[in-house]
Design a protein around this ligand. Structure first.
Ligand code: PMP
Length: 384
């Protein structure tokens, strides 16, 4: 069958090629996976099953159950002091669905969206798929991979409508400072832009840092779509529950778009997510501690390797070491490491040009397996 022309030129991304290669190698220590290795807590599973037994087996309300939206509001108020009402929330099919709905609701053909490198790769296709034009903004490690205002100014055009922020960042694991975020806030206010702030890693912050909710900056709630979900915080990737806080008119339009795509989000997952957001604060904290310990240990190992420099983890579960000292590009490092040492990482260049010279390591294996993979990587670097 003939595919649409747009697919005839599409090649698998750098990330997909690595994933496909790893799938064929059963003995790989896989540090490329961006999801917690912990399974969902049993009482959360029970809450989903209880929903089924209680008869929540029909189509859900399009915006999501009130109970789930209320739980999202309560979670963000409790953890980050962010206040929203349930009519400012829409439940989505994972956090990944949110940019699609957001750009569908907000973009006219040719509208430009600033995409901060290194970026979570699906954003780019999501902008294009909704008629928008991604404008990549380069960043530097010494600025925590946050954008410099001069670079935003230089990239701005009358077609610029919005910007995507993602702190803690995938793949960088870095967070922006309050000062950096405040400068971005003044810029978006001056240029009358919207902000899609993907804060899905809000629960994983290390080294005494605190998550800064962008929408809490004065004047920003009105122009921000705050995206998150339970995939990372509550180890519920497979349940596919995300949510977004945004002004009511945007939420209403996102719901209309969502309704023609999905007819609402899985009822049992919504029940489980509501329970999870209301009851698991201690577990969320415990797991963040475990990730923090893993990151610290892996960072120390990386910094002892020839040609590798690694900044301290600040958030999410990713380390993003600079491997330029090995004389290899990101892709060369990734593929040779996979071939020779059977350790899977992702090339930083798969996340935009500013990622060149870096690799992404997800600390989503046990400490024992992380240390085994560090032994192998150390040998690999020694032989360069
Ligand atoms: N945003 C970012 C930055 C992510 O890293 C991910 C998952 N890798 C998502 C959104 C999507 O998460 P989910 O759809 O599982 O909620």
């Amino acid at each position: 069958m003939e595919l649409a022309k747009k697919f005839s030129v599409q090649k698998p991304s750098g990330m997909i090629r690595v994933f496909q290669a790893i799938e064929k190698m059963p003995d790989v220590l896989n540090l490329s996976i961006g999801e917690p290795d912990f399974v969902t807590e049993p009482d959360i599973v029970d809450a989903g099953a209880k929903g089924a037994k209680e008869g929540f087996t029909h189509y859900p309300p399009l915006q999501g159950f009130l109970e789930t939206r209320e739980a999202a509001c309560a979670y963000w108020e409790r953890h980050h002091g962010f206040k929203a009402s349930p009519d400012e929330v829409c439940i989505s099919v994972g956090g990944l669905h949110i940019p699609w709905l957001a750009f569908g609701a907000l973009l006219n053909p040719g509208d430009e969206i600033m995409l901060i490198e290194p970026y979570f790769t699906p954003y780019e296709a999501q902008i294009r798929g909704n008629g928008g034009v991604p404008v990549a903004i380069k960043t530097r490690e010494e600025n925590n991979f946050a954008p410099a205002i001069e670079d935003l100014r230089a990239a701005w055009s009358p077609k610029t409508r919005g910007i995507i922020l993602n702190f803690p960042g995938n793949p960088s694991g870095r967070i922006a400072t309050l000062k950096q975020l405040e400068e971005i806030a003044s810029f978006v206010e001056e240029k009358d832009m919207f902000v899609l702030s993907d804060e899905i890693y809000e629960s994983m912050i290390f080294n005494g840092k605190k998550h800064i909710c962008f929408a809490n900056i004065p004047g920003m709630k009105e122009r921000t779509l705050l995206a998150s979900g339970v995939s990372k915080s509550h180890c519920m990737t497979g349940w596919r529950i995300g949510y977004v806080f945004a002004p009511k008119n945007v939420i209403n339009t996102m719901c209309v778009l969502s309704s023609v795509q999905t007819y609402g989000v899985n009822t049992l997952s919504q029940k489980a997510a509501a329970y999870a957001m209301n009851t698991q604060d201690e577990k969320v904290k415990e797991r963040a501690k475990i990730f923090g310990e893993r990151m610290k240990a892996v960072e120390a190992r990386l910094n002892a390797m020839k040609g590798v420099k690694c900044h301290s983890a600040e958030g999410a579960f990713y380390l993003f070491p600079d491997i330029t000292g090995t004389g290899l590009t990101s892709e060369e490092f990734t593929w040779k490491l996979l071939d020779e040492a059977h350790v899977g990482v992702l090339p930083g260049s798969a996340f935009g040009q500013s990622g060149e010279g870096y690799i992404r390591i997800a600390c989503t294996l046990s400490m024992e397996n992380l240390m085994k993979s560090m032994d192998k990587m150390e040998e690999f670097c020694k032989s360069r």
